[in-house]
Ligand binder design. Structure first.
Ligand code: GCO
Ligand code: MG
Length: 409
């Protein structure tokens, strides 16, 4: 079997997605997700200009060899652009292999280790009453675990509450009308946040009781000392996890946090390789690894990451916001079902148009996902519909303190 074609398809059915479609001489096709939110076209170029020419003529079954040659052969290894491009190839090849075998991907990964995949959803509110309503709405949708984020008194915009992405205005049918989108500037005050969060968690626990698994994302905004203090202060609210409390590329920072609190810690959505986790896993400084299949080089290295994490009783929590396409999400759900050290899967759903463009076998029911039984990863891209929703320039926001200093967003 040979690869005869590989094409990059960019579409924006509500937000931008970059999809790689690999075709073989036997007519079998595979899809991979290469979406890097806010920097999408860099991965398009990396794939089109530098990776696709290397794929033509290869045996699609040689997944490990292709992965190693793209990773080592570039010499300039790692980084989000490179690893998103490699991920798209890797997932598309797993899709092809599983289709040829006539099996859903999870069967090739060892088969199901559980019946279904538990998820958490996002609850957001400008203030506490609005947040409580949002938690109620998630519970009504079936979610059994909820991430809670609120506005902070005195701040106008806060992560997870304000519409996060600056996207060029589109007409009603989704066609771009203005290409001048620039990042939204949000405001931030760590002191106000640290004073407010315990009150938020107090209110949520008072309303929903002790049993509801609660998560919170600090989105890389704290120093190790602030994170240590916060983790200790909120222990009584029994969080499922505190996510990205510090910018975790400074891995040793987590030592200080860990020494002071038993609040579980989740890290890794911006990581690209296992090396980003080396200290964190070796020294058991975290409880959950959060990488996305889409940004970590695909199913092949994610499997290795989970096995490494398992040696320290660290569990999976694959990144799954709406900027991971249904293709990347499907690959994640197959892994979730198969690995032993599964923790939880983030899932916030998609726009109806996205479900139409990416028809998928995975299902969401009663707060749980299942990858379905379709051969491969179980996603088909409607290319005609995708073409009706062209790329729309978009940025993630930028955070600034009151005096204008840039802060981690
Ligand atoms: C999460 C994340 C995301 C990121 C987003 C950036 O935990 O889901 O923090 O929402 O902000 O992926 O593109
Ligand atoms: Mg996060």
């Amino acid at each position: 079997m040979k690869i005869i074609d590989a094409r990059v398809i960019v579409s924006s059915p509500g937000r931008n997605f970059v999809t790689l479609k690999i075709t073989t001489d036997e007519g079998v096709t595979g899809l991979g997700d290469a979406t890097l939110n806010g920097r999408e076209l860099s991965v398009v170029s990396y794939l089109r200009d530098h990776v696709v020419p290397l794929l033509i003529g290869l045996d699609p079954h040689r997944i490990e060899d292709t992965w190693q040659s793209l990773y080592r052969g570039a010499y300039w290894r790692r980084g989000p652009v490179t690893m998103a491009a490699i991920a798209a190839v890797d997932v598309a090849l797993w899709d092809i292999k599983a289709k040829v075998a006539g099996l859903p991907l999870y069967q090739l990964l060892g088969g199901a280790s559980r019946d279904r995949v538990r998820t958490y959803g996002h609850a957001n509110g400008r203030d506490i009453p609005e947040l409580l309503d949002s938690v109620r709405a998630r519970l009504a949708e079936g979610y059994r675990s909820v991430r809670v984020q609120t506005g902070v008194p005195g701040l106008e915009t806060v992560y997870g509450v304000h519409a996060g992405t600056a996207i060029a205005p589109t007409s009603a049918d989704g066609v771009r009308v203005d290409a001048r989108a620039l990042p939204v500037v949000e405001d931030w005050d760590t002191g106000a946040y640290l004073r407010h969060l315990p009150r938020v968690l107090e209110a949520v626990r008072a309303e929903f009781g002790p049993d509801l698994p609660l998560l919170h994302d600090a989105h890389h905004r704290l120093t190790p000392q602030q994170a240590a203090r916060l983790g200790k202060e909120i222990e009584r609210y029994d969080l499922f996890w505190l996510e990205d409390c510090t910018p975790a590329e400074d891995q040793s920072a987590l030592r200080l946090v860990r020494q002071h609190t038993t609040t579980p810690l989740a890290v890794g959505e911006v990581f690209n390789t296992v090396y980003d986790y080396q200290t964190l896993i070796d020294e058991r400084l975290i409880d959950y690894v959060r990488s996305a299949v889409t940004h970590f080089g695909g199913v092949t290295p994610m499997r290795k990451l989970f096995d490494y994490a398992a040696t320290r009783q660290i569990k999976s929590a694959i990144h799954g916001p709406e900027d991971i396409s249904p293709v990347g999400m499907a690959a994640a759900i197959h892994l979730d079902l198969a690995i032993h050290n599964f923790g939880i899967q983030e899932y916030s759903g998609y726009t109806p148009r996205t479900h139409e463009v990416f028809r998928h076998a995975f299902t969401f029911d009663d707060g749980h996902l299942h990858p379905g039984e379709a051969p491969g990863i179980g996603v088909e891209l409607d290319e005609e519909l995708a073409a009706a929703h062209p790329y729309s320039p978009a940025y993630l926001p930028v955070n600034r303190l009151a005096d204008g200093t840039v802060h981690d967003w």
